[in-house]
Ligand binder design. Structure first.
Ligand code: PDD
Length: 279
C-alpha cells in the first residue's frame, strides 16, 4: 500500500493530496497535532493520544469534535493502509478562511492525516547511545499544547545535526532542563529516574507516562523534579523518550560523557520493557 493521506474524509496517496493555501494551520500555525505509532498492526496508546489531542484543541479554544468521529477516521486510514508498523500523523487546524488574524465563528475545522511505514532507528545508534547538545529554550509559554508551532524545535534539531550531534535538549534561561526537540528527557541518579514535572513548559509525553509506569512496575523509583544543567553531568544515565524516539540512551551532552559514556542498564531495561508492552 502506498503512503496515504486523509483530507476531510477523502483518502488518497500523499503526493496527490493538497491543503488549501488559506488553511490557518499553514498561515498562522493555528493547528494541533498528534503522532501515533503502531506495533504489529495495533496503534499504541491511541486513547492517550486522543485525550491529549482533545486537551490541545481545548487549549486553543477549538470547537469540540466527537471523539468517535476522529477515532473512526483514524481507524479507516489505518485499516486502508494495512501497515503493521505505521506512523500516523493527525493535524487539526482551525480551518480555511481569507487571511485575517481573528476568525469567523462559523469557520470549520480541517482534519488531515498521513500514514507512512516507520523506519526503525539503526540498532547501532540505539546500542551506542547518542550525542546531544543543550540549547536555550526560547519557545512560547504553552509548550503543554501540542501545536504545529514547532519552528524553534526544528531549528534546535538542525543546530544539533549541523554540529554532528543527534538532538538537542532545551534549557530555560534560569538553567532548568526542560525536554528534547521532540522528546522528553530523563536522568538516572542513585538508581532512580528523574524527569521534569508536568508544567506548561514541557509536553506531557505519552511515552514519558508509560516509562514512569514501567519503571515503578520494575521497582525503579521515578520522580518528577526540576533538574539544573549542572545535574546533567553527575548523572549515572540519561535518555530521551517519545513516540518516534521510544527510549534512546544518551552518550554525551555538550561533548561530556554521561555515566559510562553509553546507554546504561536501566535505560536498556526500560527500552526492552517498552517494546514488550507495545508489541
Ligand atoms: N513529538 N516533547 C516534545 C516537544 C514533542 O514534540 C514530543 C513528541 C514529546 C514526546 O511525546 P510522546 O511521547 O507523546 O511522543 C515530547 C512527536 C513524536 C512529533 O513531534 O512527531
Amino acid at each position: 500500500m502506498p503512503e496515504l493521506a486523509y483530507l476531510n474524509g477523502v483518502i488518497r496517496p500523499i503526493n496527490e493530496t493538497y491543503v488549501p493555501i488559506e488553511d490557518r494551520g499553514y498561515q498562522f500555525g493555528d493547528a494541533v497535532y498528534e503522532f501515533i505509532a503502531s506495533y504489529n498492526g495495533k496503534l499504541f496508546c491511541l486513547q492517550e493520544h486522543l485525550d491529549r489531542l482533545e486537551k490541545s484543541m481545548e487549549g486553543l479554544s477549538f470547537p469540540k469534535v466527537d471523539r468517535k468521529f476522529i477515532q473512526n477516521a483514524i481507524d479507516e486510514l489505518f485499516e486502508k493502509a494495512g501497515m503493521a508498523r505505521a506512523g500516523l500523523y493527525i493535524q487539526i487546524s482551525r480551518g480555511v478562511a481569507p487571511r485575517d488574524h481573528a476568525w469567523a465563528k462559523d469557520i470549520k475545522l480541517q482534519i488531515i492525516m498521513t500514514i507512512k511505514n516507520v523506519i526503525e532507528l539503526d540498532s547501532k545508534i540505539r546500542d551506542q547511545g547518542i550525542d546531544i547538545i543543550t540549547v536555550q529554550d526560547e519557545r512560547w509559554s504553552n509548550c503543554d499544547i501540542k501545536t504545529v508551532q514547532i519552528l524553534f524545535n526544528a531549528m534546535a534539531k538542525q543546530k544539533a545535526k549541523d554540529q554532528g550531534a543527534f538532538d538537542a535538549i532545551f534549557i530555560s534561561k534560569d538553567g532548568i532542563v526542560r525536554e528534547g526537540t521532540s522528546s522528553n528527557f530523563f536522568l538516572v541518579k542513585d538508581g532512580g529516574l528523574i524527569t521534569h514535572p508536568l508544567t506548561k513548559n514541557i509536553l506531557p509525553g505519552i511515552t514519558r507516562m508509560v516509562v514512569m509506569d514501567l519503571a515503578r512496575n520494575l521497582g525503579i523509583k521515578a520522580e518528577e523534579k526540576f533538574l539544573s544543567k549542572t545535574d546533567l553531568f553527575s548523572a549515572e544515565e540519561a535518555f530521551l523518550t517519545g513516540t518516534v524516539t521510544e527510549i534512546l540512551g544518551i552518550k554525551t551532552i555538550d561533548g561530556v560523557p554521561i555515566g559510562k559514556g553509553k546507554p546504561g542498564e536501566i535505560t536498556q531495561k526500560l527500552y526492552r520493557a517498552l517494546r514488550e508492552k507495545a508489541e
